[in-house]
Design a protein around this ligand. Structure first.
Ligand code: FES
Length: 689
């Protein structure tokens, strides 16, 4: 067995015991230190760079020297990635541990917490949680009594609360006797009730009733947590189950990102590495647990006050949370291990919620998950009397379409471009990321808005207002907007080609080998939109749009006047820019709206209401599933959707809202970029900020 060395990471102070020869990135993973990576440890992205310490570190009782890490090898020496390797920095995915060492993880290499910017909206629902509290004063046990604590509890629940057939499972027993002793016979039983709602009673029929835990004395703290596990973000909501009010929200990056940016790379990791599923499961469970801790801290409550947990996620996240091997979901026929909702205890997924139940929302199909089912519950394409299109934009877009009678669903492999990956200046939606862009049609000068600052870049005092915030890249909504704006002002044509002839009159358009780039920012961090970036966005949007068009064809619907863009990204996207890009089909512009984290809202609904769970399960079972991977038509739709806004679909509604560049015959037929006629009227850049 190879010797182990101590690796201390700063600023966290977390320590790892690393086998000799393992990489610093591996040591960080083992210790749960999040170091950014886009390339998955291939030495390409430079996001994993760290600064090894040198000298004596009395605080940790170790001496760190140059010999503690392997010398830079060819990958590191030849590294030419977009994020330059700073002096004194090493690529943590390449540097091997050879001795005790202190490693500083600089802020730009840390995976930041995502910004959870919108509380959930539960809409009009009745609060009928599956967990209820029942205060009891139990009779004192006498010598010679033949009755157990559990029997006294069950008897009191029947007598005082008319709750019959209550089970006291083994998991509730440890708390029972101590609560009775501590409360001197006075206890609060936390009771979980599962109902079926397919009978005549609106309140449903009780199927199962059990005690989750018993608290000493009187207690009325009744909270629940709803969690939406995305491939990038884990978002949590703490709700008061008595009132349905949101008490706190929290979010963090899904630590599985270190195993791969997209879902398929995580499935590959599970497939290729023995114990890979267990590693992925442990990572996501620990993130859920941390989110719960943050929620409780934010609301000033104890974890013991949380009685119920609802988790939703795409099928792969759903399976990994449950510890199920996700590899069958990586290839046809995409078989789910379980489709209906799963009822269990929160402790079953290793979160520290003693005495809380767990409900995993139902999946729709092997490629459309519980997150889509939850979003459906929140937005209601299955309840709507008119066509409604619901799109959750993520690395794997989930699309649900209802026509008032039937519901269709599909997923489309958009990839991580809309989340900032695969884009040269892309980044996640964290403070400092550009979220909105406008380009002046006559000067081609940009202005932008960043997360964490209320001013636009051309507002007086913008740079003072930024303070220490660095404008560091573009997040998803910024990427959509900059490319849509570039199209509107004629910098790129309908095929997505950046026209070099404008370089003569605009210094922001520069040659980049045989293609051109648009310079969005020069200082302090150069931000360029390259031809490759435009291509990556075109590919992502074409995949999404082809999925939407496929569903519309199946449903026989020509136009949808109610389009809802869900997800953190969807909440901040400008409808006009989404339509300019052709992300969604043409329709009334006012009919397109961002609805925030609809999956989180759906999970919260399921948390506060048992009948909402039943509605979700019913609706999920009735959805018609469309498989984009095996539909020949998908490819044709994809090709047509590569153009901006679209190769063949007319855009009369969009044309009423903005002046679209005309498409000349020559432009359509030749490969070279052509100059567009000037924009005639007000366009999106003059819209409200
Ligand atoms: S360079 Fe990408 S992870 Fe190290």
């Amino acid at each position: 067995m190879s010797p182990e060395h101590r690796v201390v990471f700063t600023p966290s102070g977390i320590e790892s015991a690393a086998p000799e020869g393992s990489t610093v990135l591996d040591a960080a993973r083992t210790a749960g230190v999040d170091i950014d990576s886009v390339c998955g440890g291939r030495g390409l992205c430079g996001r994993c760079q760290v600064a090894p310490g040198n000298g004596q570190f009395a605080k940790w009782g170790l001496t760190s020297s140059d010999e503690a890490l392997s010398s830079p090898g060819p990958t590191e020496l030849d590294y030419r990635g977009r994020r330059p390797l700073e002096a004194g920095h090493r690529l943590s995915c390449q540097a091997a541990v050879l001795g005790d060492v202190v490693i500083d993880v600089p802020p730009q290499s840390q995976v930041h917490s995502p910004v959870v910017r919108k509380a959930v909206d539960l809409g009009e629902i009745t609060v009928d949680p599956v967990v209820t509290l029942h205060y009891l004063e139990l009779t004192t046990a006498e010598l010679g009594d033949e009755i157990s604590d559990a029997e006294r509890l069950v008897g009191a629940l029947a007598d005082d609360w008319d709750l019959s057939d209550v089970e006291v499972p083994a998991s509730a027993l440890p708390a029972l006797s101590s609560a009775i002793a501590e409360g001197n016979g006075a206890v609060t039983a936390v009771v979980h009730t599962r109902r079926q709602y397919d009978g005549p009673s609106e309140d449903g029929e009780v199927v199962e009733r059990s005690v989750l835990t018993v608290r000493p004395g009187y207690s009325d703290a009744e909270f629940g947590v709803a969690v939406d596990v995305g491939s990038t973000t884990v978002a949590g909501y703490l709700l008061d189950l008595a009132t349905g009010e949101v008490a706190a929200t929290a979010g963090r990056m899904n630590p599985q990102i270190r195993f791969g940016e997209d879902l398929m790379s995580r499935v590959s990791y599970a497939m290729l590495n023995p114990g890979g599923t267990a590693e992925l499961t442990a990572a996501v469970r620990s993130a859920i647990d941390k989110v719960i801790g943050e929620l409780c801290d934010a609301a000033g409550i104890d974890r013991a006050d949380v009685c119920d947990l609802v988790v939703v996620g795409n099928p792969i996240m759903h399976h990994l949370v449950l510890g199920i091997d996700p590899t069958p979901l990586g290839a046809a026929p995409f078989t789910l291990a379980v489709r209906d909702g799963v009822w269990a205890n929160a402790a079953d997924i290793d979160v520290e919620l003693p005495g809380a139940s767990l409900y995993m929302g139902p999946c729709i199909a092997g490629h459309v998950g519980a997150d889509a089912a939850a979003a459906m519950l929140a937005e209601g394409p299955h309840r709507s009397s008119r066509p409604q299109l619901l799109v959750d934009v993520g690395t794997n877009a989930e699309i649900v379409l209802g026509d008032g009678q039937k519901v269709w669903a599909a997923s489309s492999p958009t990839g991580p471009a809309f989340e900032g990956a695969q884009i040269s200046c892309g980044q996640r939606a964290t403070a400092g990321a550009i979220e909105g862009v406008r380009i002046d049609p006559s000067t081609l000068e940009p202005r932008f808005k960043v997360i964490g600052c209320d001013l636009w870049s051309d507002d007086p005092g913008f740079y003072d207002a930024l303070g220490s915030l660095e404008v560091s890249g573009l997040c998803g909504s910024g990427i959509i907007e900059v490319i849509a704006e570039m199209f509107l002002v004629g910098i790129i044509d309908h095929r997505g080609v950046i026209g070099g002839e404008l370089a003569d009159r605009c210094p922001r358009i520069i040659a980049d080998g045989r293609t051109f780039s648009y310079v969005l920012q020069i200082q302090p961090v150069p931000l360029l939109v390259t031809q490759n970036d435009v291509r990556a966005v075109q590919l992502a949007k074409a995949a999404l749009r082809a999925g939407i068009d496929l569903l519309l064809e199946h449903a026989g619907i020509a136009e949808v006047a109610d389009v809802r863009l869900a997800g953190a990204f969807g909440a901040h996207i400008s409808p006009v820019h989404a339509m300019v890009l052709g992300l969604v089909p043409d329709g009334p512009v006012e009919g397109v709206k961002g609805v925030g984290n609809a999956s989180g809202a759906g999970a919260a609904r399921m948390l506060v209401s048992g009948s909402q769970r039943a509605e979700t399960e019913r609706a999920a079972r009735e959805v018609v599933k469309i498989e984009t991977a095996t539909e020949a038509r998908f490819q044709e739709l994809f090709v047509a959707a590569m153009s901006l806004p679209h190769e063949t679909a007319p855009t009369p509604h969009l044309a009423e809202a903005v002046d679209l560049p005309s498409r000349s015959t020559a432009d359509s037929e030749t490969a070279g970029p052509k100059r567009r006629r000037p924009v005639r009227r007000q366009h999106a850049s003059q819209e409200q900020r």
